[in-house]
Design a protein around this ligand. Sequence first.
Ligand SMILES: [Zn+2]
Ligand SMILES: [Zn+2]
Length: 139
Amino acid sequence: MTNSEKTSCLCGAVQITAEKINPKFTVCHCQSCRTWGGAPFFAVQCGTKVEIDGSDKVKEYDSSAWASRGFCTECGTHLFFKFKESGEYNMPVGMFPNLKGMEMDMQYFSDLRPSYYCFTNKTKEMTTTEIMKMFASKM
Ligand SMILES: [Zn+2]
Ligand SMILES: [Zn+2]
């Protein structure tokens, strides 16, 4: 099952339509994500079928060798984490209020998760070492 949904940033300058939202969302505990959002990043995978209206109000920050992070220049809403090579979007799950059948599927960088929170959801987990291995095998 996939969801399709239209949404916008807080101020409405950026309108987003994501046609294929994977209901299995991921959580990233890495320090970049926690610095960016103040908490782990809850992300839905939206693939490349994403339409952005008002892209002149979107600033893309080049956050690593493999991805960039986009936000609205008017209101600061975090819009996406985008893989450079594939062009695939990961977007904040909270931006889409009407998603159905959502399931927390994976926690990335589980070894970087601080001791002051934990989730009771039963999920898969990957550590930094496992993620680096996965990246290496893809190159
Ligand atoms: Zn905005
Ligand atoms: Zn992260």
